[in-house]
Design a protein around this ligand. Structure first.
Ligand code: FAD
Length: 397
């Protein structure tokens, strides 16, 4: 029988950490819960940062839960506090300022941080990354109509930021190292759709091109590209992916790989410690392999499972991955993961606005990218849950 009246410390106050703390109380934890987060704000929604927040549509980041919700659940928030070490023998964590917090159970929800690009001029003012509300605010403050922004990276963050900044009237150039946008995550038919969409909006997409030098005095002014081109740049935004924050766990001797290793109940190699969200490398029974996911639904659902584990319950996490991306007035919804697909089936509507790309492996449906097709997205989730064969697509037509 688990003790539920001890102290639980949650490290990382974002989608996973906030959900874990709230769920922990719902699962019956009666002892103190401390939610420790490096950022100085209340846990907030990260997805709008590359969408509405970049356009200045909101006064501040949208909270995940209201302050009252934490208060009602008796959760102590410790914003602006970074955990630098875990002592698993003494069962305490050490904060940057030297304070120690004892724990009976510990949850690691440390998420991920941006990958940095090392090239001459990388430290010039005007060079940005986008992970936090502070990052979005910094970009927004410099995003004026007519200015030139060079975006490095043709993944979701790069494309969403391109859409948001273009809508503000900036001149947007997007540098893509590979042959097409979304190359790592989507089929060519999806990439082509988004390349067309952005080109129609006036975004200059350059494939097979990477920056080799950022030039300027104190601020960035130009980007020298691998094809010899010199681009004007008042702003550079780099979106080349993230890496998991696993050092805290690794240094404490927990098992890590491409993330903190957990089982399907979010338990690490230490029975007193769980991990959830972007930082956790976990098995997925539906997919049949282990992986690390970077999405809000994953962070939230895995956190619920982790909270149950801390209370001695078993609620395995094995959900179908899903994701979304908003660009201009276009919504992409993704069901499943397309890893290892052998062919695709493409369905377009007559107007050319909606497109669904189904990914097939061994004649089973693996995943679907649904562009402006919310009904097909719901159907895709259902078909995937049923393990449907590609033949089911003939009925959809
Ligand atoms: P994070 O959100 O990374 O939070 C981890 C927190 O832990 C951070 O606040 C960090 O400062 C803190 N922390 C780390 N180490 C320590 C420490 N030692 N001590 C104290 N605190 C620490 N997902 C979607 O599903 N849909 C989208 O449309 C979408 N859009 C996105 C747009 C942007 C711009 C970004 C950046 C992400 C987007 N994502 C989207 C991904 C989604 O936001 C992440 O998957 C989600 O935030 C993961 O939550 P998390 O709690 O695991 O980690």
């Amino acid at each position: 029988m688990s003790r539920l009246d001890g102290t639980c410390v949650v490290v990382g106050a974002s989608h996973a950490g906030a959900q874990l703390a709230i769920s922990l109380r719902r699962e019956g934890w009666t002892g103190p819960i401390q939610l420790v987060g490096e950022e100085s704000t209340l846990p907030y929604q990260r997805p709008p940062l590359s969408k509405s927040a970049l356009q200045g549509a909101e006064s501040g980041p949208a909270p995940i839960y209201s302050p009252e919700a934490y208060e009602k659940s008796g959760i102590s928030l410790m914003p602006g506090a970074r955990v630098r070490e875990i002592d698993r023998v003494q069962q305490h964590v050490v904060l940057d300022d030297g304070r120690r917090l004892g724990y009976d159970k510990l949850a690691l929800c440390t998420g991920a941080r941006v990958r940095k690009l090392q090239l001459p001029g990388h430290a010039l003012a005007g060079v940005h990354y986008l992970r936090t509300a502070a990052d979005a605010l910094g970009i927004r403050a410099q995003a004026r109509a007519g200015r030139h922004v060079v975006i490095v990276g043709g993944g979701y963050i790069g494309l969403e930021a391109a859409a948001a900044l273009r809508q503000l009237g900036l001149q947007v150039t997007l540098l893509v190292q590979g042959a097409r946008v979304l190359e790592r995550v989507s089929a060519a038919e999806v990439s082509a759709y988004f390349a067309r969409l952005h080109a129609a909006q006036g975004v200059d997409i350059r494939t097979h091109v990477r920056p080799v030098e950022l030039r300027g005095g104190r601020r960035v002014e130009q980007v020298l590209c691998s094809d010899g081109c010199l681009l004007a740049a008042d702003l550079v935004l780099i979106g080349i992916g993230v890496q998991p924050n696993l050092e805290l766990a690794r240094d404490a001797g927990l098992a890590v790989g491409d993330g903190i290793l957990v089982d399907n109940c979010a338990r690490t190699s230490d029975p007193n410690i769980v991990a959830a969200g972007d930082c956790a490398f976990h098995p997925n029974g539906l997919l049949g392999y282990s992986l690390r996911l970077e999405s809000v639904p994953n962070a939230t659902e895995q956190a619920r499972s982790a909270a149950a584990s801390l209370c001695g319950l078993r609620k395995p996490y094995s959900a179908l991955p899903w994701f979304w991306s908003d660009q201009y007035d276009c919504r992409l919804q993704i069901a499943g993961l397309n890893r290892g697909y052998q062919r695709v089936v493409v369905q377009d509507d007559a107007a050319g606005r909606a497109r669904v790309v189904w990914y097939i492996k061994d004649e089973r449906i693996l995943a679907a990218d649904c562009i402006n097709s919310p009904k097909q997205f719901i159907r895709a989730k259902k078909l995937l849950a049923e393990g449907a064969s590609a033949q089911a697509l003939a009925e959809i037509g």
